[in-house]
Design a protein around this ligand. Structure first.
Ligand code: 2HA
Ligand code: ZN
Length: 271
């Protein structure tokens, strides 16, 4: 059996969370990531028959029975993951009842998975149906995206348009746009259900005045989606305090999308 600390998926969790912390997006225990793993890749590092303990999830994830995820821990800080992955991360498998998580590794201090597990697993279920390659759900609190939440209408068409119009390549990176939820209590099954519903249409979902969710096939794609929204929001916020002289026009957005051959939300453009 190989040392789990050398596993590429543990390394990716360490590097990504450290990077997000350094960007200032994940203060204290802010943010969480879940990453679906292949049974065969985990079996190189762990005895899959050895369940350390079981933890109830509080909701039904029957569609994910037997699936294995590496997930950030509740109350744990992204800042500390790199130095102590075994305390701050855990590897869980959804048990046969669909409502229990079997702990295979991690949460060494008796901890458990993120309080946002409902939003993560419900989003995985939806995204997997859209794309069987989907592996990552990522939640974070990017500074400018959040700032923009306080000065911009929280409505997906207009929010998406403002982002698209700030950065030429935004429409290329997220042609499906950005879903927006109003402010809601976090950590509940209700916000999980609402997030998953948005994930039927979008790979990016803003939690109004809280943060953002991203979904993708790997860490780079998912991080890249959120990073691009954050860059556009940063430009929007910097430029919004000054008189606007230029903008990317709707016909120009259409031209970019068509030149890249994208299936995009044409109904989000005024043409
Ligand atoms: O777990 O970001 O939404 C910390 C959070 C909750
Ligand atoms: Zn959060």
């Amino acid at each position: 059996m190989k040392n789990i600390l050398t596993a590429p998926f543990v390394e990716e969790m360490r590097k990504t969370t450290a990077n997000m912390y350094r960007l200032g997006w994940d203060e204290r225990n802010g943010g969480n990531i879940s990453y679906m793993l292949e049974e065969s890749e985990v079996a190189e590092y762990l005895d899959l028959n050895n369940v350390i303990r079981t933890i109830p999830t509080g909701f039904d994830a029957s569609e994910l029975i037997g699936k294995i995820f590496i997930v950030t821990g509740t109350g744990k800080y992204f800042k500390n993951i790199d130095a102590d992955p075994e305390t701050n991360l855990g590897i869980i498998r959804i048990a046969k009842d669909g409502t229990t998580a079997e702990l295979l590794w991690g949460y060494k201090d008796g901890g458990k998975f993120t309080s946002e597990l409902p939003a993560h697993l419900m989003s995985h279920m939806v995204r997997l149906k859209k794309n069987p390659e989907n592996r990552i759900i990522m939640h974070t609190h990017p500074t400018y995206t959040l700032a923009m939440n306080f000065v911009h209408e929280l409505e997906e068409r207009s929010f998406t348009r403002s982002l698209w119009k700030t950065c030429t390549e935004c429409i290329v990176v997220f042609p499906d746009g950005v879903g927006v939820l109003p402010w809601m209590v976090c950590g509940t099954n209700e916000i999980g259900i609402a997030t998953a519903k948005k994930m039927e249409e979008y790979r990016l979902v803003i939690w109004g005045m809280h943060g953002i969710y991203g979904a993708g096939k790997d860490m780079d794609e998912t991080f890249g989606l959120i990073e691009t929204v954050e860059k556009a929001a940063q430009l929007y916020m910097i430029a919004s305090t000054m008189p606007r002289v230029n903008t990317i026009e709707d016909h120009e957005l259409k031209a970019v999308a068509e030149s890249f051959g994208l299936k995009y939300r044409a109904d989000f453009l005024d043409l």
